[in-house]
Design a protein. Structure first.
Length: 138
């Protein structure tokens, strides 16, 4: 069992088993239960935990803010090779962890936002696509 506290989300997560989530149910206001494919309870999450409870004496781990390139790529639908190239070009911040590269979730989010902006700008500026795309974006 592992307890983590995500300060950004103000959420406490109690993980009971390492399994894929099949279903999530809200069992009380701001309290969610995750179940696996066999119906076993595998995690509980409490939102607004710091607002509603005194967490000062609790021994809570912070979630790991770093993602492997495989996990980051799966999250955003980008190949890990593309992410590795972007790190090499200095477009995405990455950290070497042993033999592997990892990215901080905030740096990954900033990269994806910038990538989205550039793609939108390029589509608007592309004369072959015409003004219809520019109109769709407003």
């Amino acid at each position: 069992m592992k307890l983590t506290y995500d300060e950004d989300a103000d959420a406490v997560m109690m993980s009971l088993a390492d399994a894929e989530v099949e279903e999530t149910r809200e069992i009380a206001v701001g309290v969610y239960a995750d179940y696996d494919a066999r119906g076993r309870l595998i995690a509980l999450e409490i939102l607004d935990a710091g607002k509603n409870y005194d967490l000062s004496g609790a021994e809570l781990d912070a979630p790991n803010p770093f993602l492997s390139l495989a996990a980051a790529g799966e999250m955003y639908g980008i190949s890990p090779t593309t992410l590795r190239h972007q790190i090499a070009r200095g477009v995405l911040k990455g950290v070497k962890a042993g033999r592997n590269w990892v990215v901080h979730h905030r740096d990954l989010h900033a990269y994806m936002v910038e990538r989205s902006r550039k793609a939108t700008f390029e589509r608007v500026q592309d004369p072959q696509l015409g003004s219809r795309v520019a109109e769709d974006l407003t």
